[in-house]
Design a protein around this ligand. Structure first.
Ligand SMILES: [Zn+2]
Length: 393
């Protein structure tokens, strides 16, 4: 007796096998039927037997042999290959689609359809070079243009071939009437980072400008520009770049606030530090600005004054990071049992912070402790943001 799991696994193929059987019966002439019926029946049941025994590699050879690839059977062959791919049996899918392509009598359009499916098989198998060649071939033939461009864009991103990704994204924009400026700006940023790593700051800054020219909302480009200028000692230019982030993506202010204050310090612009922090506190809030402002108070007026400011802020907006900071500075002016209790509380809040992710993808919910510009889970660009609320920013 066949168990349920096995039946579920092979059922789609059995359905297909019956369709093949019905097709053979329908298309063969009376004369052909009588002369070849024994061989066909024998092969057909042999194939079915292989399927029931989960020997799909042998079954595939039998079924491919049963049906010649022609205009009427083309879709059946393509569907069989796609079925294998969907089940994760990519080797079998490749075998079926390659068999279709090998037929010289195939029309140009049908051959292109089969090429496209074979390229998708290669993508699923992780054979990116082969997939790339076939998708490029389809582009040359002006066939399956939009999906081929989308797959190529995915391939070049996986291979970190950012120049090729820019080229393809621009073609995709033209072919689909969709904007890819956000992605293209990130590709320029990736290239800028490569130049920055090599120490080619001029080339890196040029690429950053290209990113901003493509997408003026590209906060990442401003952050890279600020970092390059800060490292080069150009604090005025760096502060301008970091300040731009507020207009581009307010959720990323916490990413540049510290660096921006460092630049103002280098420029000995104490007034700007205070007015900037007050501006951020009034307009956006966020625990990073609260703690940086508290640090300013602590340096000028001492721990007690800073603690009072943090307490007021925590009443309005509770935050574990804020509580942790409050405990930290309160330890300096407490003694005895109160001091010991604070130490216990500090251990608890520190542990709470250690276990918590800082960033979350707004598209798929992926959480982590690093700001990825390209979500490792859903592959969206700019979708990961600092977590807001009591446990986050
Ligand atoms: Zn995601």
């Amino acid at each position: 007796m066949i168990d349920n799991t096995l039946l579920i696994t092979v059922l789609p193929f059995i359905v297909l096998a019956f369709l093949l059987g019905a097709y053979i019966g329908r298309t063969k002439s009376k004369k052909e039927r009588s002369s070849s019926s024994y061989t066909l029946k024998s092969d057909y049941f042999k194939g079915l037997n292989y399927l029931l025994n989960e020997q799909t590699d042998k079954a595939i050879d039998v079924f491919i042999g049963l049906l010649e690839v022609g205009d009427e059977t083309f879709e059946t062959h393509i569907s069989l290959g796609n079925l294998y791919r969907q089940r994760g049996e990519v080797d079998q899918a490749i075998k079926v689609h390659q068999n279709v392509i090998s037929k010289p009598s195939l029309s140009i359009n049908k051959r292109n359809d089969a090429l496209y499916e074979l390229a998708r098989d290669y993508m699923h198998a992780g054979l990116l070079d082969r997939a790339e060649n076939l998708f490029q071939e389809l582009l040359e033939k002006q066939s399956h243009i939009q999906p081929a461009l989308k797959y190529l864009l995915s391939i070049y991103q996986q291979e970190h071939d950012w120049d090729a990704a820019i080229l393809i994204a621009k073609k995709l924009e033209a072919a689909s009437n969709q904007l890819f400026s956000k992605q293209i700006a990130h590709f320029y940023c990736e290239l800028a980072l490569i130049e920055k790593k090599k120490g080619n700051t001029t080339a890196a800054l040029k690429l950053v400008k290209k990113a901003l020219g493509t997408d003026k909302q590209a906060a990442r480009a401003s952050i890279i520009e600020g970092q390059i200028e800060q490292q080069s000692g150009n604090f005025k230019e760096a502060s301008r770049a970091f300040r731009r982030v507020e207009q581009q993506d307010a959720l990323l202010i916490s990413e540049v606030m510290d660096s921006l204050l460092q630049c103002y310090k280098e420029l000995e612009n104490g007034k700007e530090i205070t007015s900037y922090l007050e501006h951020i506190l009034d307009n956006y809030g966020g625990i990073t600005s609260v703690l940086l402002y508290a640090e300013q108070i602590r340096l000028s007026s001492g721990n007690k004054a800073a603690a009072l400011f943090v307490v007021e802020s925590l009443r309005r907006k509770p935050s574990i990071r804020g509580l942790n900071y409050l405990i930290d500075i309160s330890l300096d002016f407490t003694k005895g049992t109160a001091h010991k209790n604070l130490l216990i509380l500090q251990e608890i809040t520190s542990k709470l912070l250690d276990d918590k992710p800082v960033y979350k993808c707004t598209q798929c919910g992926f959480k982590g402790n690093s700001l990825f510009w390209h979500c490792p889970s859903c592959k969206s660009w700019s979708s990961i943001k600092p977590i807001q609320g009591i446990e986050g920013e």
